[in-house]
Design a protein around this ligand. Structure first.
Ligand code: PXP
Length: 248
């Protein structure tokens, strides 16, 4: 699909390396090291590293963040819950970006978007403190108009649209989800917010998302780390990159 002229220069690929740490933690040692994954992503031209320091530290741990920041020049997108602990951590480590995500201890992964609309008063001081520290704040939200409007009120420069519903749907339901994401990417961009997207993206479902012209960045983790078992991380990232470029 040719969308030249409307698309941002290049759709960035941020690679979420959490699940390298999941495998490491399964045995409690140092291997495989997410730092090595970050180095490989940098070596093959990935545009950023994403890591989520969860409250329960089930994958990425505190000390990983500084090590990841030190090992490459790639921007770090630090995924965090809207808690005082995580705000303090972000202010100490000053990642390039902080993506505020909802977090429930019992969930397997980040299951839904942040309720930016319903939590304005709680989020406003957090967004302001991070922004004052020069951290680019992103809100991980469902592709809904009220959440985009809430992001505008919170003055978030970036939203990441949750693609999980799209990834899990089939047929007409998937087409519907795709339209919602495309419409919300356009609404965000019209209002000066840079739209990103992520969650559940694979080689099979990434291209319709990558073709949405306003999207500036995709963040992809679990599938790439899974593919890396079979092909190596570098080739997996390069294949995703090729599919994204072909869709643009
Ligand atoms: N973006 C955000 C905000 C996320 O929380 C996650 C999952 O941690 C991802 C992207 C990546 O999702 P997946 O691992 O399904 O590719």
């Amino acid at each position: 699909m040719t969308l030249a002229g409307t698309a941002p220069a290049r759709l960035r690929l941020g690679v979420n390396i959490d699940h390298v740490a999941t495998v490491r933690n399964a045995r409690g040692g140092d291997h495989p090291d997410p730092v090595r994954a970050a180095e490989i992503v940098a070596a093959v031209g990935g545009d950023g590293i994403t890591a989520h320091l969860r409250e329960d530290r089930r994958h990425i741990r505190d000390e990983d963040i500084a090590r990841i920041q030190a090992c490459t020049d790639l921007p770090l997108n630090f995924e965090m819950a809207a808690t005082e602990e995580m705000v303090a951590f972000a202010l100490r480590h000053r990642p390039h970006a902080a993506c505020i995500v909802p977090e429930r201890r019992e969930e397997r992964t980040t299951e839904g978007g942040l309720d930016a609309a319903g939590q304005h008063n709680r989020l406003a001081p957090i967004v302001a403190r991070l922004a004052d520290a020069g951290i680019r704040v992103s809100l991980f939200i469902a592709p809904e108009p009220r959440q985009i409007e809430a992001a505008m009120q919170l003055r978030a420069p970036v939203v990441e649209l949750h693609t999980g519903e799209y990834a899990h749907a089939e047929g007409e339901a998937r087409a519907h989800e795709l339209r919602r994401i495309a419409d919300m990417a356009a609404l965000a961009a019209r209002n000066g917010i840079e739209p990103h997207a992520g969650h559940g993206l694979t080689y099979d479902n990434v291209q319709p998302i990558a073709a949405i012209p306003q999207l500036a960045e995709l963040n992809i983790g679990h599938y790439l780390i899974g593919e890396a078992i079979f092909t190596g991380l570098g080739p997996a990232v390069l294949k995703m990159r090729e599919l994204m470029d072909a869709a643009r």
